[in-house]
Design a protein around this ligand. Sequence first.
Ligand SMILES: C[C@@H](O)[C@H](NC(=O)OP(=O)(O)OC[C@H]1O[C@@H](n2cnc3c(N)ncnc32)[C@H](O)[C@@H]1O)C(=O)O
Ligand SMILES: Nc1ncnc2c1ncn2[C@@H]1O[C@H](COP(=O)(O)OP(=O)(O)OP(=O)(O)O)[C@@H](O)[C@H]1O
Ligand SMILES: [Fe+2]
Length: 563
Amino acid sequence: MAPTSSPAGASDDIQRVLGIEGTAWAASAAVYEVESDEVSIESDPYQPESGGIHPREAAEHMSEAVPSVVETMLEAAGERAAEEGRDPEDAPIDAVAFSRGPGLGPCLRIVGTAARAVAQRFDVPLVGVNHMVAHLEIGRHYSGFDAPVCLNASGANAHVLAYRNGRYRVLGETMDTGVGNALDKFTRHVGWSHPGGPKVENHAKSGEYVDLPYVVKGMDFSFSGIMSAAKEEYDSGTPVEDVCRGLEETVFAMLTEVSERALSLTGREALVLGGGVGQNERLQGMLREMCAQRGADLHVPEDRFLRDNAGMIAVLGAKMAAGGDTLAIEESAIDADFRPDEVPVTWRAGEPEPAPAASTRVEVGDAAQQQGAEATVSIEGDRVVKRRVPRSYRHPALDERLRRERTRVEARLTSEARRRGVPTPLVLDVDTAESTITFQRVGDRDLDAGLTAERARAVGRHLATIHDAGFVHGDPTTRNVRVASDTGDGDRVFLIDFGLGYHTGHEEDHAMDLHVFAQSLAGTADDADRLQAAAEDAYRATSDRGDIVLDRLRAVEGRGRYQ
Ligand SMILES: C[C@@H](O)[C@H](NC(=O)OP(=O)(O)OC[C@H]1O[C@@H](n2cnc3c(N)ncnc32)[C@H](O)[C@@H]1O)C(=O)O
Ligand SMILES: Nc1ncnc2c1ncn2[C@@H]1O[C@H](COP(=O)(O)OP(=O)(O)OP(=O)(O)O)[C@@H](O)[C@H]1O
Ligand SMILES: [Fe+2]
């Protein structure tokens, strides 16, 4: 970075950074050498004797193992300094980076204490790293991709992120447990030791696929229903290999589908994987196939950088330190609920913003074919033919089931919304066997290419109307709303793509629709807050239960999902 563009406190002489990790199970220290781009890691895992991770036991492990791996790495750094003939009076490292959160509080406190002690001992800067951002920055670092979508598939988390406007935006995430924890809970049920993920992978290899619930809402998803169903399957005598196969096929297809949706929505053409579950070969294979099908690049980091490790902390720590993003000791408290979108992304300051989504397209006349995230849509005059194409990354049985179900649901709910007075296209023909629907053509652009507060208000009104009628849209993104530019703003705002909808009276499900819309605004618009406020005002004014649903929406947004 040129000195003139560096923020105050920026330093160009960060050459060696010590990283410390210990959010849950991996006591780990690493040294990153900036010039050679080399990372050495020393880790000591905590292995529960029975059951899952016990926070107190984990902290006891950390209190012994963290100082020990740190000393090992510092000794190695000292030896290296001597070999290179550096002044023994100089510190062997130039900064200390530590996992500040999210994670288990008692473990994080030990990591923080160790990091502060080393920083003071060598009088070097302290850097507080967000563990989740580190999981995805390590992939970006080694891939060289500018603006990838990032899929974090770790133990306590699962989310899809993309950088925009100084932050990593959460485009989608789990509504309940992290993906690894979900698998681990199933394996505990069948009596296997922790961690369960690798055991699911091994057993799935000889298993036959079984159907389990598949739950994707926009780009969010949940695992609790699948996990209960998987336990029931096992209890009813289905061979455990088959349940493991069903679990992998279902859970990883969900993660792959939301990643594809995120690529489609943001118009990005690269994906990086992060997190311990990312070591799973079936997940990697699905992502590889999905990316190949749509011509996107994929980067899968080495296993040692996927599972929890201090290398990723040291690499991101070096970038933060070089830009002066360091912490005073007295401000270096840990944060057990540290969300990735809370992190000001200082190390990418000065980079150009990622190119906008391909969505600024406006169709003229009889535009030809469009490839959505799940269907091929061809526009033929005043008609639109939508065909859900097979997704080869999915197990054929699951693929068939999803395409058939979604086609049936889409046709039914599009018409039902229309009967309730919400503008939607007329359904002209349905062919369930071919997963094809013919619609009337509506609007002349997607909402993301014509966002105004008035139109956001119309979306709020329409969602309120269908919710009061007892169903949800399931995926109300700015790409699933069509607008007509020749009529007054907000006049003709059509909802399309009801394939993920379902009947429900629960305010949680209604709030989720609004949440999906808010997330898609955040992913596509700079004034997302204003637009979302417009949608919510209209929702409140239209719905009989506006206040209840909006209260629930606040709860959904504020929920710490790190379980
Ligand atoms: C907050 C932090 O502590 C947490 N880290 C974490 O959960 O460790 P991580 O190393 O990213 O992931 C561990 C999970 O990864 C799963 N796992 C490991 N190998 C796997 C495999 N081959 N297939 C499926 N899951 C696997 C384990 O079962 C376990 O649930 C996180 O990043 O969410
Ligand atoms: N009835 C319609 N009239 C005009 N355009 C339409 C219509 N239906 C779909 N389109 C266009 O095709 C695009 C993709 O349609 P749709 O969202 O239904 O497919 P999809 O594959 O489910 O997409 P995604 O999963 O990305 O939302 C829409 O964004 C819209 O531009
Ligand atoms: Fe992790």
